[in-house]
Design a protein around this ligand. Structure first.
Ligand SMILES: NC(=O)c1ccc[n+]([C@@H]2O[C@H](COP(=O)([O-])OP(=O)(O)OC[C@H]3O[C@@H](n4cnc5c(N)ncnc54)[C@H](O)[C@@H]3O)[C@@H](O)[C@H]2O)c1
Ligand SMILES: [Zn+2]
Length: 290
């Protein structure tokens, strides 16, 4: 269950501490997991319960997130695998990111280093809310891009031409399966899945190079950085691990916004037990007063 903490009950010093870390920073490292999209109306996949609530057709047949999100499911049950990913693709296309994304963008736009984004989200909602794709590392890839399931080519191409039609009662793709333009095999999303040796890194390599250059510039100019982590879970820890690394390597303090898993480890870091939109807005109200 979502913890329902009203802004008035949040530790006041946590909010002002967060506002001070942001006000004093030269740049933001914005790290985010599925929780940042919950206030836009997207599901997170916390545990089997959360996943099956979002995909009741998969609950009926007892298929877990780790099982459907795998290259094997594309090989064995392509219509079911594309039913799941096609439904998500359509959902991420149709839903608009909430206003908190814009507030975050404004914070960074006033800083010398701006904002660097590191996210495991595959939904493209940072780009959709106006952040430049040149400042994002999508560490698990993107659902808006496709690749050959057989890996016949290193090419990764846009999914824009593909409009999935999905029967949500059975989680089956109803229209034609997308195929590789080179060999005609099945196409799959360019997303890192479980048990996945075939994910192609063509989009990821320039993102990682841009990230390294941004961090190098921050280091060379002694920029004070703040990590703002929103809605990142601890089970699949890629986003949390990156934030921890930024703390150690860049000396950045962290503001963690999460209604459940808000505890922070480092001295000088701050955890805000809040949902993303209200957490961001409450910190913003303090920043606006300064
Ligand atoms: N939108 C997406 O692209 C999307 C959505 C679901 C899952 N995924 C994929 O599944 C994996 C899930 O890992 P994860 O850690 O991102 O998600 P997760 O579902 O494991 O954890 C979500 C986190 O968000 C927090 N949360 C829940 N509601 C929130 C809210 N309103 N505001 C702020 N935080 C909230 C939860 O407490 C939890 O810590 C990743 O690999 C990711 O690629 C992506
Ligand atoms: Zn191919």
């Amino acid at each position: 269950m979502q913890m329902d903490i009203t802004p008035n009950a949040w530790p006041r010093n946590a909010i002002s501490h967060a506002a001070k870390l942001i006000a004093d920073a030269d740049g933001i490292i914005l790290t985010a997991g599925a929780g940042i999209g919950v206030d836009s109306g997207l599901p997170d996949f916390r545990g089997n319960d959360g996943f099956w609530k979002a995909y009741p057709a998969l609950a009926k047949v007892g298929i877990s997130f780790t099982s459907i999100a795998s290259p094997r499911s594309f090989q064995r049950t392509p219509r079911l695998a594309w039913g799941f990913y096609g439904h998500r693709l359509a959902l991420y296309r149709s839903i608009e990111p909430h206003k908190g994304f814009e507030v975050l963008r404004n914070w960074g736009s006033k800083m010398r280093m701006g904002t660097w984004i590191y996210t495991s989200n595959v939904d493209g909602h940072f780009q959709k809310s106006g952040f430049s794709g040149a400042t994002i590392n999508e560490c698990h890839g993107s659902i808006h891009h496709l690749q050959c399931l057989e890996g016949c080519t290193p090419e990764v191409w846009s999914a824009d031409y593909f409009t999935p039609e999905v029967d949500s009662g059975t989680c089956q793709l109803l229209n034609d399966l997308p195929t590789c333009p080179h060999c005609g095999s099945l196409a799959r999303p360019n997303i890192v899945m479980f048990g996945d040796n075939g994910w192609l890194s063509q989009r990821s390599l320039p993102q990682r190079a841009n990230q390294a250059a941004w961090l190098e510039h921050a280091r060379a100019t002694k920029a004070r950085l703040v990590v703002i982590e929103v809605g990142a879970g601890s089970v699949i820890a890629s986003v949390r691990d990156f934030g921890r690394r930024m703390r150690e390597e860049m000396g950045a303090h962290m503001v963690r916004i999460n209604p459940r898993e808000f505890t922070v480890e480092g001295r000088g870091d701050v955890g805000i037990p809040a949902r993303s939109l209200s957490g961001i807005n409450t910190v913003n109200a303090i920043l606006m007063r300064q």
